[in-house]
Design a protein around this ligand. Structure first.
Ligand code: UDP
Ligand code: MG
Length: 322
């Protein structure tokens, strides 16, 4: 295996069932990448796709030597797929972008220029116009980032997703944090490297459908919050405290009522109390469970993805699925 010198730029692209968008993506990215005037590699991370993405990538690779394909054994999720790409990218700079052409490849050039000319380590792609995202997506995103800013004291770059360029030093720092459920848009700013922003217009998905159902968005939010904030735990403590105080007050009231001979025939109040206390306890337990789950996953220290195949490691023969 030849150890070619590392390229100036690595382009990391997570792909989950993107067969319909793949030819469009390659047709658009390739001339842009070829025109950058620097050596580059594209690290396509096939996140356990079950459609024709793997075959499509092999086909694209035949005519494009800069394309490296890494296939994960199972769907590990967007963040884990990017992480797999970051671990393998060799460039002095690494840019991550979505395969669906919502992040325009043309923006890579100004990002790279900003990093090189201004000497910053991170260049965030910032969406100047989010009208291509649904109202629901924009609304929930705004609420989510506001909550994170308040509760976690950490903030993501406003209106930035995972379209960003990072220096080698930043990528090494990220790779050194083998955190379970790592959400890069919060981890990267928290590292504190000097940064810049480049605006871009977020386009519509070029083909296919979103691979981010509501459940995955919710998972991302919970992971972000529990990774950076103990506020939900404190909230649980507060709830428990308030519930406990209410219970003591009720106890006193019940004893006084009994002593003074009043008969309480309160079926409704009993149900309300039992249900109310149950709800408080279950909520607190659920919050606790999220953190225990995180600890559990961290103590197992299991990788968050498994690589099935890497075109750079195995040469041209396909060992995928072995
Ligand atoms: N993606 C992935 N694994 C997943 C979900 C998504 O690698 O489990 C990739 C997907 O192929 C795309 C990017 O992550 O390149 C962003 O996903 P998508 O465009 O579906 O999300 P949306 O833009 O709808 O939020
Ligand atoms: Mg998208």
């Amino acid at each position: 295996m030849s150890a070619a010198p590392p390229p100036v730029l690595s382009i990391v692209v997570p792909m989950f069932n993107e067969e319909s968008v793949l030819p469009l993506f390659v047709a658009r990215l390739r001339p842009v990448a070829d025109g950058l005037g620097v050596t580059y590699e594209v690290v396509a991370v096939d996140d356990g796709s079950t459609d024709g993405t793997a075959i499509g990538l092999q086909r694209e690779r035949r005519g494009w030597e800069q394309l490296r394909v890494v296939r994960l054994r199972a769907n590990a999720g967007h963040q884990a797929a990017i992480s797999a790409g970051l671990m393998r990218a060799r460039g002095d700079f690494v840019v991550t972008l979505d395969a669906d052409l919502q992040d325009p490849p043309e923006t890579i050039a100004p990002m790279l220029a900003a990093a090189r000319e201004q000497g910053v380590d991170v260049v965030y792609g910032v969406r100047s116009d989010r009208s291509s995202d649904s109202r629901f997506k924009r609304g929930t995103a705004r609420a989510f980032y506001r909550t994170m800013g308040r509760l976690a004291g950490t903030s993501a770059q406003a209106d930035a997703g995972d379209f960003r360029l990072m220096s080698r030093a930043t990528v090494e720092a990220v790779n050194a944090l083998p955190e379970y459920g790592r959400v890069l848009r919060f981890v990267v700013p928290a590292l504190g490297f000097p940064s810049e922003t480049v605006e871009y217009r977020r386009a519509e998905r070029a083909a296919g459908t979103s691979k981010y159902p509501f459940t995955k968005m919710l998972r991302l939010s919970v992971d972000s919050l529990t990774a950076f904030s103990l506020a939900p735990l404190r909230f649980a403590t507060l709830l428990g405290l308030l519930g406990g105080l209410a219970a003591v007050a009720l106890l006193v009231y019940a004893l006084v009522a009994k002593a003074t001979g009043q008969v309480v025939a309160g079926w409704t109040s009993t149900v309300v109390i039992v249900a109310g206390m149950g709800a408080v306890q279950l909520l607190a337990l659920g919050i606790l469970g999220e953190y225990v789950g995180r600890l559990y996953a961290a103590s197992q220290a299991r990788p968050s993805y498994y690589v099935a195949y890497d075109s750079a490691a195995t040469g041209s023969t396909v060992e995928a699925g072995a």
